[in-house]
Design a protein around this ligand. Sequence first.
Ligand code: 2IT
Length: 445
Amino acid sequence: MNIDSFIQALEAKHPGEHEYLQAVREVLSTISDVYNEHPEFEKAKIAERLVEPDRIFTFKVPWVDDRGEVHVNLGYRVQYNNAIGPYKGGLRFHPSVNLSILKFLGFEQIFKNALTTLPMGGGKGGSDFNPKGKSDAEVMRFCQAYMLELWRHIGPDTDVPAGDIGVGAREIGYLYGMYRKLAQENTGVLTGKSLEFGGSLIRPEATGFGGLYFVREMLQTAGIDIKGKTIAISGFGNVAWGAATKATQMGAKVVSISGPDGYIYDKNGISGEKIDYMLELRASCNDVVAPYAEKFDAEFIPNRRPWELKVDIALPCATQNELNEQDAQNLINNGVLCVAEISNMGCTPEAIDLFLSKKIIYGPGKAVNAGGVATSGLEMTQNAMHISWSAEEVETRLQQIMSNIHAQCVKYGRTEGSSYINYMKGANVAGFLKVAKSMLAQGVL
Ligand code: 2IT
């Protein structure tokens, strides 16, 4: 496979879809060896079929704000690939949402979901709706209008959406309520539900918890103990909160969180009530972290990102391409040991190249953050069985899944003649092989 000409042809079909093309290029460039070893993949045009979603729904979402003004947002659902299970993946509500971003997220989701060991295909959706500063009633009306269109295309065995940036338990509640009313059924059609109506314990924590299990295992494999290590985290939402909680439990010290306004440096460590405060900050819907500095006597550095700090471990937990080449160089100059994306595609390709060339332990999002969707898979299982598991049961399974993902990455990511593991290659190859073999077995569809 000639990747450059493949991407060129794709770019001609989808001009300007930078994030999508970036995600495709990363996967193809790491799987090209196994692809070429299997001529049957080429013959069945697996790559060409994988990079295009099965279908994309685009729809308008008109809704009325509290003053009676009418707004029109765009809604999307990308059903990417269901070779191994129903389409599965979150909904993102953020003004930056466009087709390129949802296609990159959906494409990543195919391989991530394959890695979880559970039968889930890849999908993603969302809207350019901005929940920032909206009242509960406005969010409710928006979610209802969004679901009024989407409900026809989803179902517990066809497509199971969940949360992502801007979509948490509140939004899932409103979305689920509307689906239930329209479809006249109570099913596991959405995950991330509240506990009272079919949600799973540990789902809110799962992305961050799973990320830290994965990080601990990467470090252990390299003979390093996570205890006592200093960690920079970006973001301050659900994922950052789960990561900070588990990192602290593991005996590491989290010294930063960040928002669109800048970052907090708390040299004493973000633990206990400070972690609880992250939830308060998020619930305030102002999208700022600055108030933390006043409340806990920490430093607030406006309009900058925490990658300039001297830390052992860096965990991007906010959004795509939030850690660039310069940030990577700063971290390396400051002696970073490990960088793991808990956000999707948190590092730019140039940053990743630098980490790999300097043999920094680097974990790609689709492996590191797979605990979120894996626990969504566990929520689907509980819904299908009409039971709910204890927190211990769910967390034990989550831990086993993360360990299994780690083992898959090691199997395919070992570099000959070196103890260094290329987790990016390992994750992409392991995820790809499972999906490609399933597509092959099921014929040209
Ligand atoms: O990026 C992700 O894996 C998610 N936003 C979670 C998706 C899910 O279906 O739980």
